[in-house]
Design a binder for this molecule. Structure first.
Ligand SMILES: Cc1ncc(C[n+]2csc(CCOP(=O)(O)OP(=O)(O)O)c2C)c(N)n1
Ligand code: SF4
Length: 267
């Protein structure tokens, strides 16, 4: 199948602002799915609410556009009933880690075979630029005009500690690495978390004087480095990107199937 076959053209033009990073994430996702040769019917995309969550409107696979923060709960239900399908759950940082934080850590703890993509633009884009759990200390937001004093989560560390068996970070600058990591996450048999550093020029960029969308994307080039690089040792402030964890641990649906078989046998 060609990339255009995975797109729901009737939903275009999309609603993202010029320069928004969410379209780059969609691009990476479509490239990874096409490279894997997955059929549309094998994929279920479940999203909540947010600019990021609108991505489910644009892909022509099975899609569920649900409620804010609850995408992983819906996806868990779908996966439990149809474990042979590939579940993709794109989420904003607010969606995944503010209102949806509990679902996130428990999906990771269960190691259910779902690919969670955290589109981290450090802000609530859709509702007008409020700060999120990933805005970071010192950031400006509509709801923090004098400065945000909340510390942020490290998504990679949180997901790893909670039990996710595949954990990675990518950016909208490193588009080939983004598609490659997403492909590996989709094929990983367990809970896979991919944090994607992405830009919201309209709110985060404007409020934090980060310049144009291009300036924001270039910051992902200059402020990140491959995991374990020499540059990281010299400059600890650099953010690492790549695959942090990729391990085989019991997957939830497989374990559940064992219980079903035990119940059938009566022991
Ligand atoms: C239960 C509920 N609470 C709040 C909202 C309002 N709301 C919609 S999207 C959103 C935040 C969006 O931010 P994020 O998830 O980071 O995604 P982005 O828009 O930045 O991509 C909020 C608070 C809602 N729709 N439902
Ligand atoms: S408000 Fe921000 S996150 Fe939403 S579409 Fe515009 S640039 Fe993208």
């Amino acid at each position: 199948m060609a990339i255009k076959d995975y797109i729901r053209e009737r939903f275009f033009p999309h609603l993202w602002c010029p320069g928004c990073g969410h379209g780059i994430v969609l691009n990476g996702l479509l490239r990874s799915v096409e490279a894997l040769g997955l059929h549309k019917n094998e994929i279920v995309m479940v999203s909540g609410i947010g600019c990021s969550s609108r991505i489910s409107g644009y892909v022509d696979c099975h899609t569920l556009h649900t409620i804010h923060g609850r995408a992983l709960a819906f996806a868990t239900g779908v996966k439990m009933s149809r474990p042979e399908l590939k579940l993709l759950v794109p989420m904003g940082d607010g969606d995944a880690l503010a209102i949806g934080g509990n679902h996130f850590i428990h999906a990771a703890r269960r190691n259910i075979d779902i690919t969670a993509i955290v589109m981290n633009n450090r802000v609530y884009g859709m509702t007008g630029g409020q700060y999120s759990p990933l805005s970071g200390y010192g950031a400006s937001a509509t709801t923090a005009p004098y400065m945000n004093i909340d510390q942020d989560f490290d998504v990679v560390q949180l997901a790893t500690a909670a039990g996710a068996s595949f954990v990675a970070r990518a950016t909208t600058y490193h588009v080939q690495q983004l598609a490659d990591i997403l492909g590996k996450a989709i094929m990983h048999p367990g809970f896979a978390v991919v944090e994607v550093l992405t830009q919201c020029p309209t709110y985060f960029g404007r409020k934090n004087r980060e310049g144009s969308a291009v300036d924001m994307v270039e910051r992902f080039k200059t402020h990140t480095t491959p995991i374990g690089s020499k540059a990281k040792a010299e400059n600890p402030a650099l953010i690492e990107r790549g695959i942090f964890a990729q391990k085989e641990t019991p997957e939830y649906c497989s374990e559940y199937q064992k219980i079903v078989e035990r119940a059938r046998k009566g022991r």
